[in-house]
Design a protein around this ligand. Structure first.
Ligand code: GRF
Length: 205
């Protein structure tokens, strides 16, 4: 069976990139990371990509006049690597219409809160500041908004009394590293089946 090619977009440490790549290497995913797209030259995730020998496309948004200009370049790279799905893992930019139109319903994001609570930056800090007793992780389809797309999966955890931001973030990331690969696997399988005329026929009867 040919593996579905995904691109991971990331701007930071890349622990989620690594957890997905590890599952790929263990044979637990019917997909492979064909490309890492990164908008932060020097980001830690790039060292991880080098270690796992995943090709990278790195860009600096300041060198372009508009979002569509750099998204067209990204699109070229995605086509070159025959990428079918985009997985956002700590990519700190909104996706524009150039990519959204080309990858309709095929872009997913992971966010460290139970959306719609605490969208945007520092969701873990926002949860601590709000004093919530329960928070968690959300995986959702990406639309033009800030963490507003259709929710695909969520997992909650209880905040410990007087818990620090660091401790909560660590516990949230443990969930992310387990949940993201498994949701990628089920989403991609379902998405591929939908594109399969045999599946369409079967589900119509
Ligand atoms: C994760 O917590 C993810 O939920 C958020 O950005 C963080 C990325 O962390 N969107 P890492 O770079 O994968 O370690």
């Amino acid at each position: 069976m040919t593996k579905t090619k995904i691109a991971v977009f990331a701007s930071g440490t890349g622990s989620n990139f690594e957890s997905v790549q590890k599952e790929v290497e263990s044979g637990n995913l019917d997909s492979e990371i064909a490309l890492l797209v990164c908008d932060k030259p020097g980001a830690k995730v790039l060292e991880k990509a080098e270690f796992y020998q995943v090709p990278t496309f790195v860009f600096n948004a300041k060198q372009y006049n508009s979002k569509s200009e750099f998204e067209y370049e990204i699109l070229n790279e995605l086509e070159k690597y025959k990428v079918e799905w985009i997985v956002l893992a700590g990519y700190m930019r909104l996706i524009g219409s150039t990519l959204l139109d080309s990858y309709h319903q095929r872009i997913i994001n992971i966010h460290p809160s139970l959306l719609p609570s605490f969208p945007g930056k520092d969701a873990v800090g926002q949860a601590i500041a709000a004093g919530v007793k329960v928070t968690g992780v959300t995986i959702h389809l990406v639309d033009e908004g800030m963490d507003t797309g259709k929710i695909v999966e969520q997992e909650s955890l209880r905040v410990i009394d007087k818990e620090s931001r660091e401790s909560l973030q660590l516990r949230i990331q443990e969930i992310e590293h387990r949940l993201f690969p498994s949701v990628i696997q089920s989403l991609i399988l379902a998405g591929n089946m939908k594109g399969d005329p045999l599946y369409e026929e079967k589900s119509a009867t």
